[in-house]
Design a protein around this ligand. Structure first.
Ligand code: PFF
Length: 447
């Protein structure tokens, strides 16, 4: 068998995982979900889900991927040969395709906005004008398609370069830059006059706004943000060396991602309140509100350039992880070369992405339960496919794999020693807690 490529260093694995996790989910999706779901109460539920549900799933995906050293479909064939378990792999491939399709559309918007920032088009401090600008950007038919295409090609080129010389090399540079940039904007935003109301909104919970749907949204967001349930962790883990720490890498990824989300909240909410804008504007929040804010800040044009550059980098380090899930599957299971696998995957994504993009404008009449194609892709993947993919991963590790094998993998064959209460809790959360709670929330939210 051909030897598979792998990551070159622990830091490389960490930034690739954190790069996958930190993305539009933190900077675009998290702030507007916090805004539309009542602020701090949503954040508290979200944090609990990250800790109690997303982390055990992350460990499980890690165990499956690293132990099998195979793609999402092949992994189950290696670990449960001759059974039907491998069909779960399709959920991950489907999920990655669905997410990357609408994600690339937003990725395209970030490029468009970066160009707008570079040509100082946000110098108008008028919410209506900026709202109109966003509408025109997303509803026009061919321009967003071109930007989406550029975004997908950039993603494909990095994936084509491979694990070490593509994914690892680029995320290693991009992630630290990203972190410094978001912190700079958060400091600026949190020190604006009147920023206190935004801080209250982020940190003072109001539980009266919480409904069953809030739980489903928080669950979907926890999974979406940490990239669990789509097979990305499983796929990256298959390139990870046996002596890396599963618990350590997962915890560091979760911490980095959560930190980014909170800092993104700090970058956006205080400014939103300081300028008297409604926090519940929905998906347009970062694209309408922030340019409005930038227009009124000293050095605002410069900050706008930095921000949209950040958004672009964050998006691309995530989209490469989704493309890798699909490409690893197509090349290893269908026997295509890596190049051929990328070409095939990109073609499918282009078609679906175009539908998502056009559904903002000319195809907006096509709806399902009141959602256009773009929203359907978003909700179906985050609130159904991701939890389902996660659910199967924990069920497989908790109920199908031998406990001794799981422990062996989690401790890297005894290299890492954890107190027994911690080891027991990890196993308990994989076997009982995560499957049960995820199933209940999904049913409750969907029924
Ligand atoms: N975690 C990414 C974000 O927060 O933007 C999105 C994502 C990437 C979701 C990869 C799922 C995935 F498999």
């Amino acid at each position: 068998m051909k030897k598979r490529e792998g990551f070159g260093s622990s830091f490389g694995v960490l930034v690739a995982m954190a790069g996958s996790a930190v993305g539009l989910g933190n900077l675009w999706r998290f702030p507007y979900l916090v805004g539309t779901n009542g602020g701090a109460a949503f954040i508290i539920i979200y944090l609990a889900f990250v800790l109690l549900l997303a982390l055990p799933i992350m460990y499980s995906e890690f165990v499956i991927g690293r132990r099998s050293q195979a793609n999402v479909f092949g992994a189950y064939k290696v670990l449960a040969p001759g059974t039907k378990w491998c069909n779960i792999g399709f959920i991950y491939v489907l999920c990655s395709i669905t997410i990357i399709s609408f994600y690339s559309v937003v990725g395209g918007w970030t490029i468009d906005y970066l160009i707008k920032a570079l040509s100082f088009q946000f110098d108008v401090a008028d919410n209506a004008v900026l709202g109109g600008m966003f509408d025109t950007t997303v509803t026009s038919s061919y321009k967003p398609l071109i930007f989406m295409l550029i975004f997908i090609i950039a993603t494909a080129l990095i994936v084509l370069a491979g694990i070490k010389r593509g994914i690892e090399k680029y995320t290693k540079i991009m992630m630290p830059v990203l972190f410094v940039m978001v912190v700079v904007i958060a400091v600026r935003s949190a020190t604006l006059p009147g920023a206190g109301a935004g801080l209250d909104f982020l940190f003072k919970p109001d539980f009266s706004k919480v409904t069953a749907n809030t739980f489903l949204e928080a669950l979907g967001q926890a999974f979406f943000s940490l990239s669990v349930g789509a097979g990305t962790i499983m796929t990256y883990a298959s390139y990870v060396d046996r002596n890396e720490s599963i618990v350590g890498l997962s915890a560091q990824t979760a911490i980095a991602d959560t930190l980014f989300a909170i800092i993104a909240g700090l970058a956006i909410m205080p400014a939103v309140f300081s300028f008297g804008i409604s926090p519940s504007q929905g998906p347009g929040l970062v694209f309408i509100t922030l340019p409005y804010i930038f227009a009124q800040l000293p050095l605002g044009s410069f900050i706008a350039i930095i921000f949209f550059f950040i958004l672009f980098i964050a998006a691309i380090t995530s989209s490469i992880s989704m493309l890798e899930v699909i490409v690893a599957y197509v090349s290893e299971e269908l026997g295509l070369s890596r190049k051929g696998a990328i070409a095939l995957s990109v073609s499918v994504i282009l078609v679906l992405g175009s539908l998502c993009s056009l559904s903002q404008g000319v195809l907006s009449d096509i709806t399902l339960f009141g959602n256009n194609i773009f929203d359907c892709f978003d909700k179906f993947s985050a609130n159904i496919l991701l939890p389902l993919g996660g659910l199967f991963a924990v069920i497989f590790v908790g109920w199908r794999m031998k406990k001794a094998d799981v422990t062996d993998e989690i401790t890297s064959a005894g290299i890492y020693k954890y107190p027994s209460f911690m080891q027991n809790f990890i196993y308990f959360s994989i076997k009982y807690l995560a499957p049960l709670v995820v199933a209940v929330i999904m049913l409750q939210g969907l029924l």
